[in-house]
Design a protein around this ligand. Structure first.
Ligand SMILES: [Zn+2]
Ligand SMILES: [Zn+2]
Length: 310
C-alpha cells in the first residue's frame, strides 16, 4: 500500500491469531501526489498566517518539485542489491553512500529555471538561484555531498534549500520504485528504512486498518515508517516524555510537540483525527511557532527541516 491510500474493505480483518491488524511497517511514497499534496496544503495554510509570504514561496517550490518529479527518470536500483542490503540491516538508498545519477541535477535545473527572475522570490534566494545556475557539475555534486553529510554551513541555508528540494525529488522517485516486500525497518528506528535519513515529523493515523498508529516521514525520500508511540524517537526512552501544545489550544491542537527529558530533544506529532487534511511536510513548516516555543523552553529539535531557514 502507498501513502494516503485507503485499504480495500476486505483487507480490514484481524490476523489469524485473533489479534487486531498490525500496521504496515513501511509505506512508500507516490511521486504523482507527494509534492502536489504539500503544495496544496501550503496554499491553504498560508491564509492568515504570519509567515504567509514564505509559505507561498514554499508552495511554489513544492509545485515545481511536483513537475520535476514527473519529468526526471533516474535509473532504477537493482532489486537484488536492494533486498540484500535491506536484509543486512542497512538502508538500500543510503543517502551518504548511494551513487547519485545526474537525474538529481536535472531536477535542480528545473527548480532553478522556475525561480530565475520569478516574482515572490525573496531577494537573498534570488542571488542563490543565480549562483547555483552558474555552478559546474562537480561543484553541485560537492554541494549535494556536503548537504547529505550535514556539513553545509548555516550561511549557505539558501543553497541548502534548493539542493535539498532537488534531492527530495530524486530520492522520492527512487524510493517509489522499490518493492516494500524487500525492505525492513532499521535497528535505529528513528532513521528511514530506505535512505537512512531522519524524519521531518510524525503522523498519527485516524482511520484505515490500524487507526492511532504513528508513522515517521522521511525528510529526504518521503517514505513513511511505523514507530511505536510513547517512546522518544531520538533516544528510545519513555520515562520522561511529555506532549505539549500551544497554551490554551492543547485539546483541539492537531500538532503537538513530544519532549523528552532524557535526551532533551523534541519532535512534532500531527494528528489526522484532528484534521484530515494534514500533511507531514506542509504542516511541519507552518507550525514554526510551536518549534520556537519549545526550543526557547530548552529542548532541541530532533533533526532539522532543510526548508526551515535559520
Ligand atoms: Zn528516506
Ligand atoms: Zn529522548
Amino acid at each position: 500500500m502507498r501513502q494516503f491510500e485507503t485499504p480495500p474493505q476486505a483487507a480490514w480483518v484481524g490476523n489469524p491469531q485473533g489479534g487486531v491488524s498490525t500496521p504496515d511497517p513501511i509505506l512508500l511514497p507516490d511521486p504523482a501526489v507527494r509534492f502536489k499534496r504539500t503544495a496544496a496544503r501550503l496554499a491553504d495554510l498560508a491564509n492568515d498566517h504570519p509567515m504567509s509570504d514564505w509559505l507561498l514561496f514554499l508552495c511554489n517550490l513544492s509545485q515545481a518539485q511536483h513537475e520535476a518529479a514527473q519529468a526526471i527518470q533516474p535509473p532504477l536500483p537493482d532489486a537484488g542489491i536492494v533486498a540484500k542490503t535491506a536484509a543486512a540491516g542497512m538502508p538500500p538508498l543510503a543517502a551518504d553512500g548511494h551513487r547519485r545519477d545526474a537525474a538529481w541535477r536535472e531536477a535542480l535545473r528545473r527548480l532553478l529555471e522556475r525561480f530565475d527572475g520569478a516574482e515572490g522570490v525573496p531577494e537573498a534566494l534570488a542571488a542563490v538561484v543565480a549562483d547555483l545556475k552558474g555552478r559546474s557539475e562537480a561543484d553541485l555534486e560537492a554541494l549535494a555531498d556536503a548537504f547529505l553529510g550535514g556539513s553545509l554551513p548555516p550561511e549557505q541555508a539558501g543553497h541548502s534549500l534548493f539542493i535539498a528540494a532537488a534531492l527530495q525529488v530524486y530520492f522520492t522517485c527512487l524510493a517509489a520504485s522499490l518493492s516494500v516486500a524487500d525492505l525492513h525497518l532499521l535497528p535505529e528506528r528513528n532513521l528511514c528504512p530506505c535512505c537512512g535519513s531522519t524524519s521531518v515529523s510524525s503522523l498519527v493515523t485516524a482511520s484505515g486498518k490500524t487507526p492511532g498508529v504513528r508513522y515517521l516521514n522521511c525528510s529526504l525520500c518521503s517514505t513513511a515508517w511505523n514507530h511505536v508511540r510513547a517512546v522518544c524517537i531520538t533516544c528510545g526512552q519513555s520515562g520522561k516524555l511529555a506532549v505539549r501544545g500551544i497554551e490554551g489550544q492543547e485539546e483541539e491542537a492537531s500538532i503537538k510537540a513530544e519532549t523528552c527529558d532524557d535526551c532533551h530533544t523534541y519532535s512534532k506529532s500531527l494528528y489526522l483525527a484532528k484534521d484530515t487534511e494534514i500533511d507531514p511536510y506542509a504542516d511541519d513548516l507552518a507550525s514554526l511557532g510551536l518549534d520556537l516555543l519549545v526550543s526557547e523552553a530548552g529542548w532541541a529539535r530532533h533533526a532539522p527541516n532543510p526548508f526551515l531557514l535559520g
